[in-house]
Design a protein around this ligand. Structure first.
Ligand code: 3MF
Ligand code: MG
Ligand code: MG
Length: 440
């Protein structure tokens, strides 16, 4: 079989034995490549519902260098987009109305230049570029997962690797202070293994704590010299990837680690939970965040979306679980969370370089803002308020306060309010509370 294309007619597949068409493909009018970006832009504005850059800047929404610069590569994937540098990312974030930028050290500085003159020149250029575009640097983080030096993790058996890890995190603290950041984040990446037995977990965790201790102690010195507050050091967990087994797989495990006595400055270390990372292990992200709030360690939040018990698909916020997202934001609003919302997602491989800034980032920001506003509306909803108050008031106290059956009877009908509240929340999500109904 071969493909044949005659001028003016659609291509057909020919069966060479009989030389007659076996399949006629019908085509819509092709969209020439030079008209595709304009089509995307026109349909984006037809979607409506966009906030202005000024409205977007009112939220503490932060844009990572690595998210915008992601080229679509993975173990099984070649890149689908070309590389973009920090100048372009910062410029595009400014146009969209993303007011803060964050980065890994090696997103912007080649590993060989870390700590050298090359680093200082790049950091000066970043500082100038941020100022020129009216952005601030919110957070810096050390890449301790990509380079071959981290093959056995930043807390490897080799003392040379561990000394280098401490050097790298201290250097990142300095970059953070130079760029005016408030946060440093630590995703330990390869802190785990594929085969069990060779690594002794308690030893590895002690070594990992040494790197964090080095960062905090260096920060205390650096902040004193610069007359700046110390950074907030936030740990980020992921349950699997890039190792088969992870030593600190969840935010809860990290809370245990922070309180284990291994850290010299546990008061300087908190959490950066990532929504999807907690969903990946099967957790309820809202419950994870509640535990972090109770521990007063919810300092930074990576926002994205995806599926339970799958790999780290890093889909943009609200595209998969908008109801759960609204509920998460209700919890954070009601507890006065005022840390960053970090857009740690990956524009899909099918999105072009144009689409990254024309579709991915503005739509993610706008869904977040809408969900945030809806969360506020749900918190004020009179039906939910009355139902919640009634549940808390409970039924009348029975004469015998140890009579389980009497207590059950006295609350029986009130408990239907749980389902009613759940329905009301979905109504708010779908706009049905405003009288919108569908019928055939
Ligand atoms: C990995 C992540 C990381 C961390 C980043 C911040 C590349 O799944 O989420 O993003 O957020 O390393 O330190
Ligand atoms: Mg993350
Ligand atoms: Mg992730």
């Amino acid at each position: 079989m071969r493909r044949q294309r005659n001028a003016g007619t659609p291509p057909v597949l020919l069966n060479m034995d009989r030389a007659r068409p076996i399949l006629r493909l019908s085509f819509m009018k092709p969209v020439p490549p030079n008209q595709q970006a304009a089509l995307v832009d026109r349909l984006m504005s037809a979607c409506g519902g966009a906030y202005t850059p000024e409205q977007r800047r009112r939220y503490f929404i932060t844009g990572p260098q690595w998210a915008a610069a992601y080229e679509g590569h993975a173990l099984f994937h070649a890149p689908t987009r070309h590389a973009v540098g920090f100048e372009q990312v910062i410029r595009e974030y400014a146009k969209i109305g993303i007011g803060w930028w964050c980065t890994h050290d090696t997103d912007v500085i080649p590993t060989a230049d870390i700590g050298k003159d090359g680093q200082h020149k790049i950091v000066e250029r970043i500082d100038a570029c941020l100022k020129e575009n009216g952005l601030k640097c919110s957070m810096v983080t050390t890449e301790t997962f990509h380079h071959a030096v981290w093959a056995a993790s930043p807390a490897a058996e080799s003392p040379a690797v561990r000394e280098y890890a401490a050097y790298r995190v201290k250097n990142t603290v300095d970059i953070g202070h130079r760029l005016g950041a408030q946060f440093a984040v630590y995703w330990p990446g390869s802190l785990g293994y594929f085969m069990q037995g060779a690594v002794e977990e308690t030893e590895t965790l002690k070594w990992y704590a040494e790197a964090l201790n080095a960062a905090c102690e260096h920060d205390i010195e650096a902040a004193k010299k610069l007359n700046r507050p110390t950074l907030k050091h936030c740990m980020e967990a992921k349950p699997f990837e890039p190792q088969a087994e992870i030593l600190l797989p969840t935010s809860d495990a990290m809370l245990g680690f922070i309180g284990s006595g291994l850290l010299t400055h546990p008061e300087m270390v908190g959490l950066n939970p990532e929504y999807l990372h907690e969903l990946m292990w099967g957790g309820a992200p809202r419950a994870v965040l509640a535990r972090a709030l109770l521990a007063k360690k919810l300092w930074h939040f990576d926002i994205n979306d995806g599926y339970r018990l799958k790999h780290d698909v890093d889909i943009a916020v609200g595209l998969v679980n908008p109801l759960d997202w609204m509920l998460v934001l209700m919890l954070l609003r009601s507890h006065g969370y005022n840390g960053p919302f970090n857009l740690d997602f990956k524009p899909p491989r099918t999105t072009s370089n144009h689409g990254v800034f024309a579709v991915s980032f503005p739509t993610a920001v706008d869904r977040f803002i809408t969900l945030w506003e809806m969360a506020g509306e749900a918190l004020e909803d009179p039906i939910i308020k009355e139902a919640t108050d009634a549940l808390k008031a409970g039924g009348e106290l029975p004469a015998d306060r140890h009579d389980a059956q009497a207590i059950t009877e006295s609350n029986r009908d009130l408990l239907s309010l749980h389902e009613l509240i759940a329905h009301r929340l979905v109504q708010i999500l779908l706009g049905l509370h405003r009288g919108r109904v569908y019928s055939l």
